[in-house]
Design a protein around this ligand. Structure first.
Ligand code: SF4
Length: 286
């Protein structure tokens, strides 16, 4: 994919004489109010001969963004405040995204009024973040870029054990418990899969032998069919029950289900309900 993105991009823009490149992966800070600053890191920063400036961002997403989404994008728009401050001669500042998987460029631009509003909103957001006293853990793909992993409850144990000398590493309680739990979890899953196979065999056995209880040395297993009732767990269904005179808050569901089986329920309600047969396989002592 990487090769294709680069060769498509190269074929599209060669000989690369549309713009003059002013910076790549810029490193600067745009000063906001109260001593705060916004990190400006532009993939490619360029200008053309007419005095327009371009903030270019490269995307490898496998989905194109909608124009409205780009017109609402904060990151590149904030960079244009920095460009306007550094280059007051700018005729315009265009935000440009290259969606490499589609060999497509998309552009957005902000008015001065929009940018002032965005700056105020961003500063308010910083205020909100700084006032936070609780920081619930939200593990996501972004954690890989997080500089606070060593403090974060989701990662700090990893840092603690990585620093341990080899002889202490294996004795760490956390490590031992994790490995023990992983083994038990695997055994539990394997046992559940094996249990399902044996359950199916018991059902077959009871059908072939026409028996409802199968006797072992210390245990016995009863095998019988039972009715399975499924009704929609939706607001519409609750509404229908109410219309038909059932009080959904006080309804006795076991009585209701037995009425369904006896087909003593209103036909419109019955039409929404699926009934089928399932097997009940229970083990007990002899
Ligand atoms: S690693 Fe960083 S981003 Fe991820 S949950 Fe922890 S604090 Fe949040």
């Amino acid at each position: 994919m990487g090769k294709k993105f680069i060769s498509d991009y190269y074929e599209h823009y060669k000989p690369f004489n549309q713009f003059t490149v002013i910076g790549l992966e810029t490193q600067d800070l745009f000063e906001l109010s109260n001593g705060r600053s916004y990190h400006v890191r532009i993939d490619r920063f360029c200008s053309d001969k007419e005095g327009n400036y371009y903030i270019c961002d490269y995307k490898t997403n496998n989905q194109l963004k909608a124009q409205e989404e780009l017109d609402e994008d904060r990151q590149l728009a904030m960079y244009s405040l920095w460009v306007k401050q550094k280059h007051p001669d700018a005729k315009s500042v265009k935000l440009m995204w290259y969606f490499l998987a589609f060999d497509k460029e998309m552009i957005s631009e902000r008015s001065d009024e929009q940018l002032l509003k965005l700056q105020a909103e961003t500063e308010a957001l910083i205020d909100e973040v700084e006032k936070c006293v609780e920081f619930p853990v939200e593990v996501s793909n972004l954690c890989g870029w997080c500089r606070f992993q060593h403090l974060c409850p989701a990662f700090k144990h990893k840092f603690e054990v990585e620093e341990l000398p080899e002889e202490k590493f294996k004795d760490n309680d956390g490590i031992k418990l994790v490995e023990e739990f992983a083994v038990l979890d695997k055994q539990e899953k394997e046992a559940a899969a094996q249990k399902e196979i044996v359950r199916e065999k018991l059902i077959k056995f009871s059908q072939q032998k026409d028996v409802s209880v199968i006797w072992g040395t210390e245990h016995k297993v009863s095998v019988r069919t039972m009715d399975k009732i499924e009704y929609p767990k939706t607001e519409e269904f609750e509404k229908l029950l109410r219309i038909k005179g059932y009080d959904v808050f006080t309804i006795n569901y076991s009585k209701f289900l037995s009425k369904i089986l006896k087909r003593e329920v209103d036909t419109d309600v019955l039409a929404q309900i699926k009934t089928s047969q399932t097997w009940m396989v229970k083990v007990g002592k002899k």
